[in-house]
Design a protein around this ligand. Structure first.
Ligand code: AMP
Length: 586
């Protein structure tokens, strides 16, 4: 079916978009001009994300402006002005300094969306340390791997998460010097070798001067997954903030009076780049909701908090579509001006549904952990072609490429599928995978960064997502490496071989599905299936563990022993098996 383009008005709810003319903005853009929108550390001492996000506002007219409003699970509300965040993040930076945690050292955060997470993230960056988030729905194994690879020096977490997920790992994490626990004094006292976060914060000085920071100093470490191997720690530097700020302006259309709500969890990069940094650099108000998705709760938040700009994800949009539009009519969402979505393909139906449900289309945009910020987007002023990810941000050169005999060829014909590639050089580009130079190098060819996504570009420069070029799985917007799941399955005594795929799912995009063959002394039955589901869930956590497990006689492999996940997927979906000449035993 062909979808009609959605034509945009000049103003939306009486607000003129920041980018009235895409072609002009793209032609006139320079990163130097974007950098000039930020202050830099006083006395020309460099560029630090925490200064741009908090301190410069706390020292100026925005000091009393609401920076974060936190909505607790049970109706609690806590407000933080820029001045409040300035003092709190100073305190946390002093906590780290006092513990002897310095520049470049990794501070891991494992928590739900609670205020301490936001304070610690920015406080760590302020101290010159590196903020590294862990998703609170990870099980012990993904946590162990990431802290291990990242040489985590500090972990900030809650007592409950520590007891459930970290206590058992502690001995296997020699780099981890300090565990800071959020919880009651009494609970913390019972845990050996842990600090009381609240107590350290109370004792800390609220004055702190950020040390000189080179724009190329490491600030953020975000883990992502590939088809094979361990998780990869994508390294980001302080000057990424130039891209965070600029994309907030152009792609999310931030205006000074905006109330912004990014529903992504800070355990993933969207929740950091846009759930923490970008709105703060603009001095606007962000809403943080501790709870998980609930359609009515969400509409209540949009109404009561007078949200103007909302950044969410396709899975959430699809869940809202299931609930229907009738319920939305009960809420006054007249303040809402701009809705954007990221993380997985946004179906054209969902874009158009937004128009019916909210009177606003949903603006798809594209980026990934490695790019650090939005790269391709549908803008407030630009007509939407439903199903398209939009056009590259000013300062970003994107192309469709094909690799032929080792060379990279740019596809100039419109509509032809190839790999989406970006010309390196924007400030939030990752600077490497920690300790994995070879894997980093493999991402580049012929002067291009290769994204691992397949896409096409139409004659007007709109990009259209086609699929992944590899086997990584996107479930509810979260990237999952099949190899990590297969490795845990192989640790179960009954499992001989395992192959893991993403099975298409109407709501989550994909769900993790595993195929296992058993050792000869085990036979497949319902009890064993349940046992395996429970085993993987306990080790990997609900966000990563398979939702379905099928028993198979053999997991198809190439003659060189590589699991043929594409074949498993084709069989699962009843599709043609394609070229199976390399199949073992073929
Ligand atoms: P992550 O690094 O976890 O943010 O995942 C990045 C990947 O998510 C991309 O390489 C794409 O495969 C997928 N992705 C992100 N945004 C979109 C989008 N708007 N449309 C389709 N896929 C997307």
């Amino acid at each position: 079916m062909r979808w009609e383009p959605i034509t945009k008005p000049r103003q939306i709810r009486n607000v003129a978009p920041n980018m009235p003319d895409y072609a002009k903005a793209y032609a006139e853009f320079s990163w130097d001009k974007a950098r000039a929108q930020l202050d830099g550390l006083p006395g020309r001492r460099g560029l630090n994300i925490a200064h741009e996000a908090i301190d410069r506002h706390a020292a100026g007219a925005r000091r009393g402006h609401l920076a974060l409003r936190w909505l607790g699970r049970h109706g609690e509300v806590r407000d933080f002005s820029y001045a409040d965040l300035h003092l709190l993040t100073n305190r946390f930076a002093n906590v780290l300094r006092k513990l002897g945690v310095g520049k470049g050292e990794r501070v891991f955060l494992l928590a739900g969306r609670i205020p301490e997470l936001y304070v610690s993230a920015i406080g760590a960056i302020k101290n010159g340390s590196v903020f590294c988030p862990l998703f609170s729905a990870f099980g012990p194994e993904p946590i162990r791997q990431r802290i291990g690879i990242g040489d985590g020096r500090v972990l900030v977490t809650t007592v409950a998460l520590y007891k459930r997920k970290v206590a058992e790992l502690r001995a296997s994490l020699p780099s981890l010097r300090h565990v800071l626990l959020i919880g009651s004094e009494q609970q913390i006292r019972e845990i050996p070798d842990a600090h009381d976060f609240g107590q350290l914060m109370n004792e800390a000085d609220s004055r702190f001067e950020i040390a000189p920071t080179d724009p190329e100093d490491l600030a953020l470490l975000h883990f992502t997954s590939g088809t094979t191997g361990t998780p990869k720690g994508a390294m980001h530097v302080h000057q990424a903030v130039v891209a965070h700020h600029m994309t907030g302006y152009y792609a999310l259309d931030f205006h000074p009076d905006d109330v912004f709500w990014c529903t992504a969890d800070p355990g993933w990069i969207t929740g950091t780049s846009y759930g923490i940094i970008a709105p703060l650099t603009h001095g606007i108000t962000s809403i943080i909701d501790e709870s998980d998705f609930d359609a009515e709760r969400w509409y209540g938040i949009l109404q009561d908090q007078k949200v103007t700009v909302w950044y969410t994800a396709p899975t959430a949009v699809r869940m809202m579509m299931k609930v229907g539009t009738e319920v939305i009519a009960k809420y006054d969402l007249s303040r809402l001006r701009f809705i954007a979505s990221v993380g997985e393909p946004l179906n054209p139906e969902a874009v158009v549904w937004g128009q019916k449900a909210f009177g606003l289309p949903i603006h798809d945009n594209w980026w990934q952990t490695e790019t650090g910020g939005i790269m391709i987007a549908n803008y407030a002023s630009m007509d939407i072609r439903p199903g398209s990810m939009g056009r590259p941000l000013p300062g970003i050169e994107a192309a469709i490429v094909r690799q032929k005999a080792g060379a990279v060829e740019v596809v100039t014909d419109s509509g032809v599928e190839g790999e989406l590639a970006l010309k390196p050089g924007w400030p939030s580009m990752f600077r490497g995978y920690l300790h994995e130079e070879a894997r980093y190098r493999k991402c580049f060819a012929g002067g291009w960064y290769l994204t691992g996504d397949l896409a096409r570009c139409d004659a007007d420069g709109y990009f259209w997502f086609v699929g992944r070029a590899d086997d990584v799985i996107k479930s509810s917007g979260h990237l999952i490496g099949p190899f990590e799941v297969e490795s845990i399955l192989l640790e179960h005594p009954a499992v001989a071989e395992a192959g893991v795929i993403g099975k298409p799912d109407e709501v989550a995009g994909e769900v993790v599905k595993a195929f296992v063959s058993l050792k000869s002394s085990f036979s497949p039955d319902e009890q064993l299936r349940r046992d395996l589901l429970g085993f993987t869930r306990k080790r990997l956590g609900a966000a990563v563990a398979p939702k379905e497990i099928d028993f198979v006689a053999n997991v198809p492999k190439t003659r060189s022993g590589k699991i043929m996940r594409r074949l498993l997927k084709a069989r699962e979906l009843g599709l043609p098996e394609g070229d199976v000449s390399t199949l073992e035993g073929a």
